[in-house]
Design a protein around this ligand. Structure first.
Ligand code: G
Ligand code: G
Ligand code: NA
Ligand code: MN
Length: 251
């Protein structure tokens, strides 16, 4: 597959680009953090999304190297940001495959320290579907990250089949409501009840709630009424490059 072959030169050629999507506090409208999202600036095919990038890597056994490359790139970029952005939190995605590596948590923390990024600003995002199957092992890994001063978010909550088991078993700081749930809340009383239940449960467990994929003022208003703490989405900003992020935070 040509895409898998191209991927081998992509890292060396600096074709992986990072965008940063703002995370906004619902009550104040302030940008409090960003999620780093990878893009592939392919020399012939143009800009490819993270799904294409990571699918190509998965097929060619390159997933862990790619994911770690992206993480080091995030740390290098963030530490070089202008002062006005240094108060923002940074959410970094991890894959299940790398969590299975021996010493995952220690190595991840060492990577953050080596780049000179304050651990306390970092959130690790794990996806429900991407979590390792043994929840006891997953719980130990996440606990080790938190013991090191990082925070942990469960991503795309509500898309999998074992959401409640994850919520019950894992030590977490944030629950991210999947974009479909955030969006279906308008016009569907049943979906609104489900979102309400998820938010109540998360908050009772001491987690902060981040809604993803918020595109309209009406969605945000309903999520605010249900007690959602933070949101991401096109309503405030798509994933941004550095100049656009800086302009938004200065505004
Ligand atoms: O960027 P969207 O635009 O398409 O991202 C799709 C999914 O790909 C995200 O939900 C995220 O879980 C995953 N993803 C995006 N960027 C990264 C990354 O840098 N590392 C990992 N492991 N996953 C990422
Ligand atoms: O981490 P994860 O897979 O959830 O990444 C979120 C994905 O959703 C990214 O690919 C991002 O570009 C995309 N996204 C971010 N904001 C919105 C939005 O408001 N609407 C939609 N449809 N997609 C969004
Ligand atoms: Na994510
Ligand atoms: Mn997500």
């Amino acid at each position: 597959n040509q895409l898998e072959i191209d991927l081998r030169s992509a890292l060396a050629q600096g074709e992986i680009e990072l965008l940063y999507q703002p995370q906004i506090a619902v009550t104040t409208g302030q940008v409090v953090g960003v999620e780093a999202l990878a893009r592939w600036r392919h020399p012939r095919l143009g800009e490819l999304g993270a799904e294409t990038l990571f699918a190509a890597a998965e097929r060619s056994d390159y997933l862990v190297q790619l994911s770690q490359h992206v993480q080091r790139q995030v740390v290098a970029e963030v530490t070089a940001w202008p002062a006005v952005l240094q108060r923002l939190r940074v959410a970094i995605n991890v894959t299940a495959a790398e969590m299975l590596l021996p010493r995952f948590a220690e190595d991840f923390i060492a990577m953050i320290d080596a780049g000179g990024l304050d651990r306390r600003r970092v959130t690790v995002e794990v996806t429900e579907g991407g979590l390792i199957d043994d929840l006891n092992i997953a719980a130990d890994l996440l606990a080790a990250l938190r013991a090191g001063g990082l925070r942990v978010a469960i991503d795309d909550f509500g898309t999998g089949y074992s959401s409640l088991a994850y919520l019950k078993a894992l030590p977490l700081d944030y629950l991210k409501i999947d974009k479909h749930l955030s969006q279906d809340i308008v016009g569907s009383p049943r979906d609104r009840v489900v979102v309400r239940g998820v938010i109540d449960m998360a908050r009772s467990l001491g987690l902060a709630v981040i809604a993803e994929g918020v595109e309209t003022a009406e969605q945000l208003s309903l999520l605010a009424q249900e007690g959602c703490n933070f949101y991401q989405g096109f309503l405030s900003a798509p994933p941004l490059d550095l100049p656009a992020l800086e302009a938004m935070v200065r505004r």
